[in-house]
Design a protein around this ligand. Sequence first.
Ligand code: P1T
Length: 383
Amino acid sequence: MHFETKAIHVAQEPDKETGAVVPPIHLSTTFKQDEVGKHKGFEYSRTGNPTRQKLEENIASLENGKFGLAFASGSAATATLQMLLNKGDHVVCGDDVYGGTFRFFDKVMARLGVEYDFIDMSNVSNLEKAVKPNTKMIWLETPTNPLLKITDLKAVADISKQRNIITVVDNTFASPFLQNPLDFGIDIVVHSTTKYISGHSDVVGGIVVLNDDDLHEQLRFLQNAAGAVPSPFDCWLVLRGVKTLALRAERHSDNAEKIVEFLVSQQDKVERVYYPFLDSHPNSDVARRQMKRGGGMVSFEIVGGKDQAFKFLKELKLFHLAESLGGVESLSEYPPTMTHGSYSEQERLERGIRPNLIRLSVGIENVDDLIEDLKNAFSIAFQ
Ligand code: P1T
């Protein structure tokens, strides 16, 4: 079955009892047992819930994985995955990741005795050098947040397989329509479903997808033990949103490509544009190999500094100045103090997050209106 069909049909079949084409939301927190220990597959809603199970099956199929585990947020999924580790374990993590992910690793897990090294994974030879005898996990985003760096997924999987290291890819920026890391030999995929998968900026959620039975068993235990599960209504909202993911991802990419073209043409106002499918991107060949399209995220450096960036952001009318991404509406944001404010200034500069960086989540509006909005903001900011 193709992606578009799976998104609409897998675990979204009409309700057996009533024929309702949209599956119902199971709000019940507990399930009647026929006798002690004998039940119809569900006991207590933290442990398992029919609506959540549908979401887990649906997204697992879209990532070409065997198992899905849904969480209350992308961050809850990230945190639960770190519970696979023990004190003294070492993790190699990409140096450009969502600020909240860095914060959790650096401020919480490091305090509990897990060791992290943050490296540039654009070049996998850096990874080979960073791996140590106690390395248990490799964690990366591709494309990364906010600099849209690209890592060769197959090369990472090859390095980890020789050494028995668990590989985790946060696939939030691509979405399962544009990229399926498990197909390249990656062990675990994680998403913030808050973003492209749900697509309408009205639900916070996370999901983990994998193939390995043992790891699945451990994670199912942790999901229940830590308990950061999503509500049935939130699961249902994600299931509703995902039905249109393929259409949206194509349109996000169409619009982003045109906006990238526009930004590149503004040489007196734009210093540098970051986009995976831009020919000048250092890993555009890798991006084209492992992604269907370039996606809807675009970052750029405006000529001038922080003040110029602030002036420009203030003048945008259609691109709302807001954190998050992946919704139908276009958003703009300032990574240094918004999404990546948990990095120190020095950590940001070391990673290439400069004070004139702006990130756009390109929505699915008419692209001419979006370009008009950018043009107008540039003309006022550069008056
Ligand atoms: O917000 P939450 O659902 O907890 O997801 C966290 C998360 C995980 N991974 C990536 C790549 C992310 O971008 C995020 C959240 N990011 C934003 C809110 C943002 O504006 O970048």
